[in-house]
Design a protein. Structure first.
Ligand SMILES: Cc1cc2nc3c(=O)[nH]c(=O)nc-3n(C[C@H](O)[C@H](O)[C@H](O)COP(=O)(O)O)c2cc1C
Ligand code: SF4
Ligand code: FES
Lengths: 783, 439, 159
């Protein structure tokens, strides 16, 4: 640890204040609960001193000083509120209002506008001016970004967040003086990453989003903070929801409260990509195949069909005749429940998921080492980062943000090794282009035969530099697997304090892996034979490893696999599997859309998505976070409930699956007995947070209890988790992992604007893609 | 090309080579050129700084800061290179003196830059000349090339073992760029938006290196100080206001022109004796004592010595040497409007009070002058100006507010005479005003 | 995009004057404009490319400086000062005269593309007011008659 900076003592409004040397006056005031207003000041962006709202009086200074640019000094005496100061601020607001349209009633920002708030606080109600306001038409800069010039107060936050924060530099300032204006990089439109940071950072309604504008008034929404369902980084997103005919409709995504691991960051997917929820192609009714066609059915009918078929197959041929494919976008609880369903009730290890990273090899490589993995927060604070493979700007936007801003704000050293010249090299201390990342990692691990002679020279120097780093965070993408991970872990062990991050692709692909969606690994990567705790708990566990996805499809073709149960996955569409092989397999699919896989099913169940349920996600770093229910399509069900209902329809005792309703021990209290008062509080608290108390078989928290009890490394503080804080799970504390065949890893290859099936159904994402790359108009054939 | 004038009261220090062909380097050498820098090469840096400090030379760019003191703020040790930056952006309305220096005596500026460099330990200097002065830039380019050719610049200057580079740099039309920190931004190829201070340029300036920024006239005054000594220079002026300065007489005056007069020269005398009084038998109504940023003085307030401290005490400023006479046929509302148009046009737009304040003041004054004024406008003009004053990011806001406040205060009656739809009492054919277009 | 040899020589030399490439931007733009007449998209792309800047950066700088323009204008740009010293000595009348004589207003260009007209802020000729610049040439102590002569001279220059 570096020496903590010296404390400086000053007096603000008569109160003694102390803060570390180097703190800005505005921050020192804020930390003491004294609010100094500002438009242009924004933490972690360069200082402007442009809006002059933060003027305060500093003793011995002839003029009012801007608190946003003044560093604190020992003995400083500051007044932040006086008639003179109020008048100064009032006049700033008056001058701004001189040309600012008073269209607040129809402005998207009305009700959450900093200019409104400031006008209210400083009472610039009476208009001093009789000059006409200069009107200018609103401009559309991209499918998601609109600009209303007269509303702009020129705080330059958008310009800075786009440039400094995003390293995109798509916004600038044209002209000077009163006609200064924010402009996009392509004269009349934007060419950028469409992250929408500029919109959410805008203190007024000058920049508005194509996804939200004119949809609702902010006070008509309920705001629910949950975890994003797109990439594996785990941003917190706050969803604004509003009642709709079908339930609760999500109308806005942002993270303006800056909580969560992502602070104020969100990429386009986190901010606007929620709209797949509202897509009209969404399945809203169970479908059952009758006479070769999928036709609507009631839930009861659907569950009955599934229950009967599954049961008869198990009864006749045993669980081995059924395969189960889980999802990288369902919750930990659902994934855990699904494998429990397969193993305990069906009695099979035929369970798998779409793998995008070699987590089993990762766990094997760092097994038993404490502090071997880095959190997403570590990536922002580490003094040095080694990034091997992947293009985080495209595939892991938050990770890229953390890296960029760590370099910018903390001068972190970034070492990049990649086979492509990725954009993050602009922040890099060193960029090494390699023919293959795996060669490089094995070299790092000591296999000096790798790479060409020339390359090795450079690699050597780099290795020495890396070894000299304290607290190095090593991040690697799916280019590294198996032996490569072993080699990298070996190298990491030689660097004091080094930590690792293994990058997977979907929102909960890490959770799917941790929860044991593998044919040969139980939850926590325990080989089937070695999980004593689980064996004890569950009593009966199938001994033989099950089939992986390709094997399942192979078995289906040969008629050995009689049924396939797919949740939230589209193997036919995404993994290039030939669908003809499924002709004789009873296929059940739970999904939001009629995907290529769902279209082949005997029964399709309309599923809720991650924004519509409670549970937890584990991001690619291993940080676990809570999901809260925001949207709701009342005619769909969460996968959790559907699994339980199928178990029920098969005639199983669902208490075996979900320990609900009696005497479950949780660290938040017990639901019966001496501590029942606590349990009641627990229930109240859960309910208040939109979660279901543990009195129903559909309570994911009951399964979370079990996960925390049985999956090593998941024993994080429940209180912190419930409070919405991220908690780091420890993969190194888990089982011993296994060697997997690298062919099973299929990277998602999502970029900033794609997100697998979800992306296909997101209008916002598609509009951006089309706008960037307009397809040539299709030829219309004459009919 | 600019016409030269003269008056017996003149004391020519900076202007001593004007009209003598000193753009020619050999001619410059004959006229004591590059003697000061040779002398300075033999002096300790601190000795140079002290000499300049004691001479009472104060910045001729407008603020009047003691030049030697400013140089002393430059850290002795610096990891980054140090720079001298000559401010030749001259754009303050009423000011046209640096132009004469560049035109008549460019080498004196180069010499000043080198001496400043020796004093603070810099080894390169930039001479920034406003874009409109293209012919002066060409004169300067030639002067620099000639100095290089003679070995006065470059490696081992004057055989001293020291190196010094001087570069020319041209602007492209922006008053605000004359502000020292905006000047650096402009030189670095950016928009002329000022920088946050602290850090001050003396510590963190051009490309992050410590930088001394001085007006061209300030720098041209340095060689004479080194040659003639601090005491001689100081004694030319009044206490704390050493030397002479170039006063640019313009407006309603019989003999407009640039005159070099001792600091502390009486303003009334300057107008009536040096400038030959007010033309056409008119009476003096007001004087802009140092460029358009300064509060105006009425004809009753002009019996005072022209030095920084006296003008400050009189509620105005000595500014940049532009003395503009305004006679009694002039409408002060129109004059105020004219000034505000300038600042509105030149505001960089960075900060709210200047950007919005100048715009609203200009619009209000335009309407007011063209007969659409209402009583509350007068107070509003005052209110807006007072609320800009001291609260803007850089002094341009003050420069717009100060003259306006002084005009409303001192000539309020003229504003009242415009009220109730009355035509401008001074306008012969009614108001002709157009809103400016900024492309 | 081709500039004159002189431009190229100066550009190459200027790059050696500064620690950053970008520093040459403002004077370079003005020299480029002198050759091309105005800063077209093509010029902007070229200069941005040479200096490793985005076109947005270059445009933002251009729009800040009042001498730089992205629109074509006449061969001779007549710029009459409208600031205080000139105002006091008849700038209004001079401007009106020019507008009448040229038949164009502020920022206008004559149909033959010969003249543009612009009211400008103080050009540093206060003691010789009223004053104007035609392109870079100063003309001082102006009267309507003197202005007429000057404009006629420019007109005959092209013939
Ligand atoms: C808006 C504004 C414009 C200025 N313009 C000029 C200018 O054109 N020339 C100049 O020398 N100083 C100008 N200054 C003053 C400079 O900021 C700076 O103080 C001066 O160059 C320092 O040199 P000096 O100490 O030799 O006067 C201006 C200041 C402001 C606030
Ligand atoms: S006062 Fe503000 S807007 Fe005006 S020129 Fe200075 S920084 Fe720019
Ligand atoms: S006022 Fe016209 S040149 Fe200065």
């Amino acid at each position: 640890m570096a020496d903590s900076p010296k404390l400086v003592n000053l007096t603000v409004d008569g109160k003694p204040v102390s803060a570390p040397a180097g703190t800005l006056l505005i921050e020192a005031c804020k930390n003491t609960g004294i609010e100094v207003p500002s438009f242009c000041y924004y933490p972690n962006l360069s200082l402007q001193g442009a809006c002059r709202m933060c003027l305060v009086r500093v003793e011995k200074m002839p003029k009012l000083q801007t608190a946003c640019t003044t560093g604190i000094a020992e003995g400083m005496v500051v007044v932040t509120d006086s008639d003179e100061i109020r008048q100064a601020r009032k006049s700033m607001v008056e001058m701004l209002l001189g040309n600012h349209p008073l269209d607040c009633p129809v402005c998207d920002a009305g009700g959450e506008c900093e200019l409104q708030d400031m006008t209210f606080s400083y009472g610039a109600a009476e208009s001093k001016f009789i000059e006409l306001k200069q009107h200018r038409d609103e401009q559309q800069w991209s499918p998601v970004v609109y600009f209303d010039r007269p509303r702009c107060i020129l705080c330059y936050r958008c310009v800075r967040v786009c440039g400094e924060g995003m390293d995109v530099w798509a916004l600038g300032v044209d002209n000077r003086g009163a006609v200064s204006t924010i402009v996009p990089n392509q004269k009349d439109h934007l060419e950028c990453e469409e992250c929408g940071m500029c919109i959410d950072i805008c203190p007024v309604g000058a920049l508005t989003s194509g996804a939200y504008r004119y949809k609702t008034r902010p006070w008509e929404m309920k705001h629910v903070g949950t975890t994003c369902t797109h990439c594996a980084d785990g941003c917190k997103t706050t969803l604004g929801v509003r009642r709709a005919e079908t339930g609760m409709e999500i109308v806005r995504g942002d993270n303006r409260d800056k909580s969560g691991i992502n602070g104020d960051f969100l990429c386009i997917k986190g901010r606007y990509g929620f709209d797949f929820c509202n897509n009209e192609d969404r399945l809203t009714q169970p479908l059952v195949r009758r006479g070769g066609r999928l036709v609507p059915a009631t839930w009861e009918e659907a569950f009955e069909v599934i229950g009967k078929r599954f049961k008869s197959i198990v009864d006749r041929e045993g669980g081995r005749a059924i395969g189960v494919i889980g999802s990288t976008r369902t919750t930990n609880e659902e994934n855990y429940l699904l494998q429990k369903f397969a193993r305990l009730l069906l009695g099979t290890n035929n369970i798998d998921h779409h793998r995008t990273a070699d987590f089993p090899a990762f766990v094997a490589a760092i097994h038993g080492k404490s502090n071997a993995t880095a959190t997403m927060r570590d990536v922002y604070n580490a003094p040095a980062i080694l990034l091997i493979g992947n293009d985080p700007t495209d595939e892991h936007p938050l990770l890229a943000w953390q890296i960029r801003n760590n370099v910018r704000l903390h001068n972190a050293r970034l070492y990049i090794v990649n086979s492509r010249p990725i954009k993050l090299r602009r922040q890099a201390t060193s960029f090494t282009q390699v023919p293959s990342e795996i060669d490089f990692t094995t070299f790092l691990g000591g296999d000096e035969s790798r790479g060409s002679n020339v390359a090795r020279e450079g690699w050597n120097t780099l290795r020495e530099k890396l070894r000299a780093e304290q607290g190095l965070v090593i991040i690697f993408g799916s280019e590294i697997f198996g032996q490569g991970i072993q080699a990298l872990a070996k190298f990491a062990a030689s660097v004091p304090g080094a930590k690792l991050v293994c990058l997977g692709d979907y929102a909960n692909s890490r959770g799917a892996a941790d929860m044991g969606l593998y044919p040969d690994l139980l939850p926590g990567y325990s080989p089937i034979s070695s999980a004593a705790k689980l064996h004890q708990e569950w009593k009966t566990l199938p001994e033989a490893p099950g089939m992986n996805i390709p094997q399942m499809f192979e078995a289906a073709k040969t008629g050995q696999l009689k049924a396939l149960y797919v949740i939230g996955a589209n193997p036919v569409g995404r993994l290039n599997i030939l669908h003809s092989g499924l002709n004789n397999t009873f296929l059940v699919v739970q999904d939001m859309f009629l995907t290529e896989t769902a279209a082949l099913a005997e029964v399709v169940l309309p599923a809720a998505n991650a924004y519509e349920k409670a549970g937890t996600f584990t991001n690619t770093c291993g940080d676990i976070q809570i999901l809260k229910k925001a949207g709701d399509v009342t005619t769909t069900k969460p996968d959790f409930e559907m699994i339980v209902r199928i178990a029920d329809a098969m005639g199983f005792d669902v208490h075996k699956l979900v320990p609900f309703g009696h005497g479950v021990h949780a660290d938040m209290g017990q639901s019966r007995g001496a501590q029942s008062g606590e349990a009641d509080q627990h229930s109240v608290w859960l309910e208040a947070n939109g979660l279901e108390p543990k009195v129903s078989p559909f309570d994911p928290m009951a399964i979370l209890d079990e996960i925390q009890r049985l999956v090593p490394g998941y024993d994080v503080s429940r209180l912190e988790l419930m409070a919405g804080n991220d908690q780091h799970t420890s993969i190194a504390a888990m089982g011993s992992g296994s060697v997997q065949s690298p062919e099973l890893i299929v990277p998602a290859k999502n970029n900033l604007f794609t997100s697998g099936t979800l992306g296909r159904y997101s209008r916002a994402l598609n509009s951006v893609i089309e706008n960037k790359d307009p397809e040539p108009a299709e030829e219309v054939s004459a009919d | 090309m600019a016409e030269l004038v003269s008056h017996p009261d003149e004391v020519r220090v900076v202007a001593k080579r004007f009209g003598k062909g000193a753009t020619n380097i050999d001619r410059y050498l004959e006229l004591d050129g590059y003697k000061a820098v040779r002398k300075a090469l033999g002096m300790q840096p601190d000795a140079i700084i002290n000499e300049v400090k004691n001479s009472g030379l104060r910045g001729r760019g407008g603020a009047g800061f003691n030049t030697g003191l400013k140089w002393s703020f430059v850290p002795k040790q610096s990891a980054k290179p140090k720079y001298i930056l000559c401010n030749g952006d001259e754009s303050e309305p009423g000011t046209c003196k640096d132009r004469l220096i560049f035109e008549e005596d460019p080498h004196s500026v180069i010499e000043g830059v080198i001496i400043a460099g020796l004093a603070v330990g810099a080894s390169s200097g930039y001479i920034y000349i406003r874009g409109e002065y293209r012919y002066l830039l060409e004169i300067m380019q030639k002067a620099i090339a000639d100095a290089y050719a003679k070995g006065f610049l470059g490696k081992n200057i004057f055989g001293s073992g020291r190196d010094f580079e001087v570069y020319w740099h041209g602007g492209a039309g922006a008053y605000e760029v004359g502000e020292e920190s905006a000047l650096m931004e402009s030189l670095e190829g950016k928009r002329g938006v000022p920088r946050i201070r602290p850090p001050f340029p003396a510590v963190v300036g051009l490309w992050g290196g410590p930088t001394v920024i001085n007006n061209a006239e300030t720098l041209a005054s340095v060689p004479p100080i080194i040659l003639g000594g601090a005491e001689w220079f100081a004694n030319l002026g009044t206490p704390k206001n050493g030397g002479t300065r170039l006063f640019c007489l313009s407006g309603h005056v019989n003999k407009p022109g640039v005159y070099e007069l001792p600091m502390g020269y009486n303003l009334k005398k300057m107008i009536y004796e040096v400038g030959g009084g007010i033309p056409n038998g008119r009476k003096l109504k007001a004087v802009v004592p140092g460029g358009s940023s300064c509060p105006l003085l009425t004809s009753e307030e002009i019996d005072l010595p022209m030095d920084f401290d006296t003008l400050m005490k009189a509620g105005s400023m000595l500014g940049s040497g532009g003395v503009v006479m305004v006679d009694d046929s002039t409408c002060m509302v129109k004059f105020a409007l004219r000034i505000m148009k300038f600042y509105q046009h030149e505001s960089c737009g960075w900060c709210i009070p200047c950007r919005e304040g100048t715009d609203w003041l200009m619009k209000t004054l335009t309407r007011f002058h063209s007969g659409g004024g209402i009583r509350k406008d007068i107070d509003n003009i005052q209110y807006l100006s007072e609320n800009m004053l001291g609260r803007t990011f850089c002094p341009l806001g003050d420069a717009a507010a100060l003259p306006t406040i002084s005009i409303v205060k001192k000539f309020r009656k003229e504003f009242e005479d415009h009220l109730e739809g009355r035509p401008c009492p001074f306008e012969k054919k009614g108001a002709v005003e157009r809103l400016p277009v900024f492309a | 995009m081709r500039f004159s040899d002189q431009f190229e020589a100066r550009f190459t030399e200027m790059l050696t004057h500064y620690p950053t490439k970008r520093s040459v931007l403002v004077p370079t733009l003005l020299y480029a404009q002198d050759e091309a007449g105005f800063l077209s998209d093509e010029v902007i792309t070229e200069i941005a490319g040479r200096l490793d800047l985005t076109e947005l950066d270059v445009r933002n700088v251009i729009s800040y400086y009042s001498m730089l323009t992205t629109k074509p204008r006449g061969k001779f740009n007549v710029q009459v000062c409208r600031n205080i010293s000139c105002l006091l000595r008849g700038a209004d009348e001079l401007i009106e005269h020019c507008e009448k004589k040229l038949g164009i207003a502020h920022k206008g260009t004559t149909p033959d593309g010969l003249f543009s007209f612009e009211e400008v802020e103080c050009i540093g000729a206060c003691s010789w007011a009223p004053a104007a610049q035609v392109n870079y040439d100063f003309h001082e102590n102006l009267t309507a008659e003197k202005m007429d002569r000057i404009l006629d001279e420019y007109r005959t220059k092209v013939q």
